[in-house]
Design a protein around this ligand. Structure first.
Ligand code: PLP
Length: 394
């Protein structure tokens, strides 16, 4: 498999030694550990992004970012080219990372102490950031197929009442589900009926495999979306995001404090702009490389990890592995929502025993027990070795 890798594969550019010299969280692990946890990719960055950042630094263009930065228009053009979507970006706000933007939206859209519904297993920091915003989470767990369970959601909406909010991951992290248009429309209708405001976190949206991503504000005029190019283009160290309101919701977005605009760094905005405007070719080859990897991981899990369950992700470079039917499972495992890390449950055992560092499923809340998230955005030889090391522990 490895010998067939084309040289255009951006995951095969850096050797393991080069990757180990990186200083990001992913590579700050022990010398022979294999880090497959945090959502960073082991890629070479898109050439237009590299060029734009070098030029900015070389010319000293590192002052403040204009609040009317062209990111919104670049995103609208990107959404049209990538997904055929017409996203209304009037009033969109460019700012720093996705999570601070969600916190600010919650502050504007809800009262202190309001309920914010989430759909576990879900990106763990949703729990901690909602708490930090002074709101209270309520769970509407995903159904058995990992998709929205509308009966459960309706129950949560009824209990929470008007004035509450919901935060979804669209597509979903950690299960890799890409919500369909029909599902999102159904959610929007229910939300309108119950007076709940939905905020859709679309950081993984350029990473949907076989069909176009559906931007939430195109199906819910009352809804909000927060987009960033940072997952698909590996720019977590250069945080930038866009908060977008549905056509009937722009007044609320306009009332977001201008302090939030200050969280946008100019070099980050420059990198994101280059990604959106000129990164299409790189994104296409990265998606091809990821598609091969998701299939390879599914094959390896099937062949070498007896008892481990995996559903093919429809989006993201994350595989959600189910160890419930293996000897590593703990029948008494409990969810620890919000405690993002690799030290709980099966992931904790594997990190200690064989140096494969996955994300602990328990951190993603209810439904994450005895699960672990495997980041396959890396070299083939690392993927294969990680699977073999896990196989030896089963
Ligand atoms: C669903 C989701 N939202 C937000 C983030 C983090 O966004 P940021 O670093 O821009 O705050 C991540 C990171 O993996 C994520 O998966």
């Amino acid at each position: 498999m490895t010998s067939a890798v084309a040289i255009t594969d951006p995951f095969e550019v850096f050797t393991r030694d080069q990757l180990r010299r990186r200083t990001s969280v992913k590579w700050s692990v022990d010398e022979d550990a294999l880090p497959l946890f945090i959502a960073e990719m082991d890629v070479q960055l898109a050439e237009p992004v590299q060029r734009a950042v070098h030029e900015a630094i070389g010319s000293g263009d590192s002052g403040y970012a204009c609040s009317h930065h062209q990111l919104a228009d670049a995103y609208a053009a990107f959404a049209k080219t990538q997904w055929g979507a017409d996203v209304d970006v009037s009033g969109a706000r460019a700012n720093g990372g996705v999570l601070p933007a969600i916190v600010e939206l919650l502050r504007v859209l809800t009262e202190p102490g309001a309920t914010v519904i989430v759909t576990p297993p879900v990106y763990a920091p949703f729990y901690s950031f909602i708490k930090y915003s002074g709101r209270v989470t309520a769970d509407a767990p995903l159904g058995t197929e990992g998709r929205f369970d509308f009966e459960v959601i309706e129950g949560a909406f009824t209990a929470a009442g008007p004035g509450s909010a919901m935060v979804i991951a669209n597509p979903h992290n950690p299960t890799g589900i890409a919500h369909t248009r029909v599902e999102l429309e159904q959610l929007a209708q229910l939300a309108a009926l119950h007076g709940v405001t939905v905020i859709s976190d679309e950081i993984h949206s350029p990473l949907v495999y076989d069909r176009p991503h559906v931007p939430y504000t195109t199906v819910d005029p009352r809804g909000f979306a927060v987009f960033s190019a940072s997952k698909a283009f590996n720019l977590a160290g250069l945080p930038a995001s866009l908060s977008i309101a549905g056509p009937d919701a722009s007044a609320a977005l306009a009332s977001v404090d201008t302090a939030l605009d200050k969280t946008l760094g100019l070099v980050a905005a420059t990198a994101h702009l280059a990604a959106l405007q000129h990164g299409g070719e790189w994104l296409a080859s990265t998606m091809t490389a990821l598609d091969v990897r998701r299939r390879r991981v599914a094959e390896l899990v099937d062949q070498r990890l007896p008892g481990v369950g995996m559903r093919m992700p429809e989006a993201t470079y994350l595989a959600w592995l189910d160890f419930s039917d293996t000897a590593l499972a703990d029948p008494a495992a409990v969810a620890h929502p919000g405690s993002m890390g690799s030290d709980l449950g099966v992931a904790g055992d594997l990190a200690k025993r064989c140096g494969v560092v996955l994300s602990s499923g328990e951190a993603f809340g209810e439904g994450g027990q005895n699960r672990a998230r495997f980041n396959f955005g890396t070299r083939f030889d690392i993927i294969e070795e990680a699977v073999d090391r896990i196989a030896a522990e089963l």
